[in-house]
Design a protein around this ligand. Sequence first.
Ligand code: NAD
Ligand code: IPM
Ligand code: MN
Length: 338
Amino acid sequence: MSYRLCVIPGDGIGPEVVPVAVRALQVLLPDLQVEHAEAGWACFQRCGQAVPEATLERMRVCGAGLFGAVSSPSQPVAGYRSAILTLRQTLGLNVNLRPVRSWPGVSPRDDVDLLILRENSEGLYSGPERMLDSGHAVAERHITASASEALAQRAVDVARMRGAERITLVHKANVLPLTCGLFRDRCRVVLAAAGLEDQVDESLVDVAALQLVAEPERFDLLLTTNLFGDILSDLACHWSGGLGMAPSLNWGQSIALAEPVHGSAPDIAGSGRANPLAAVLSAGLLLRYHWRQPALADQLEAAVGRVLALHAGKDLGTATLQQLERSLLRQLTHPQSD
Ligand code: NAD
Ligand code: IPM
Ligand code: MN
């Protein structure tokens, strides 16, 4: 099989962390064909488009991509929309997979291993906001049976792959019975049809947030809508060691785009202090879920684990990107060395 990867570094620390992940992948897949494309705020300022058509085309041709991060101004800018949202929606990347796990020596506890499956195409993200008048702004929340079912269908695959014992549907159906109720009910139908109904439970999103803090070990697979998943995944990645350790995979039917959960981190961009491991672990999700190479994904995660063990308690907080890269490439090429 030949592997093609479309690399989209983006803004801020994106161009710093992405090359580390590409070099790690190249060790594991020596024949990897790497192609480059651009997207993001700097791209918009340069050419007037946050996601040029050529980037979408390159993604479609490659089928797999690795994205760094984009910056988005908080005030509306005419013609600009966050590049990652355009990529997700245009390429049909309707599921966002965000694993959270303990890393010995780094995580505040050692028993967390959960996976958030976030709906990635609709909810509060799909409709444009609008002003009814100068004192009244409106956002619409769209939930469809088809997107909810597609998420649950992915959950069935993932549940089988990891032998999941519990699948928790997270919603707010007590206040939003139509939108959240539809989401919950369609997920339940798909999971029941796959024979998984005994594993399914549910939590309201407010209490789920508390449970993720107080008892993260109770979660295995967590399915939720777009904005809830955005917020809960930042919260939960505390258990992995923070945003610098949080990977994700935007996952469609035949295209996948790996992407660290973090943003462009303008406060540390250019300082050499960005942790590249979230990007590296995101590349690992491509190996595991898109290219279906679990043994290579295990190899990559084991190397990350050894890097962390070497730096934990000593200099992880102050280790530079370069030091972490050197250490990672050494672990990948000479697993027994220090
Ligand atoms: P952020 O994730 O960029 O940064 C939050 C904090 O985490 C910062 O203190 C940063 O230094 C730290 N951090 C993030 N990644 C790190 C890493 N790899 N290593 C070490 N520290 C790291 O979030 P923000 O500051 O709220 O947003 C900055 C910009 O990024 C905004 O324009 C926002 O819209 C954008 N953003 C983009 C994405 C994305 O592209 N997927 C995600 C979130 C935010
Ligand atoms: C993420 C980010 C994005 C989101 C932003 C940058 C649009 O926060 O990937 O988690 O809200 O989905
Ligand atoms: Mn986010």
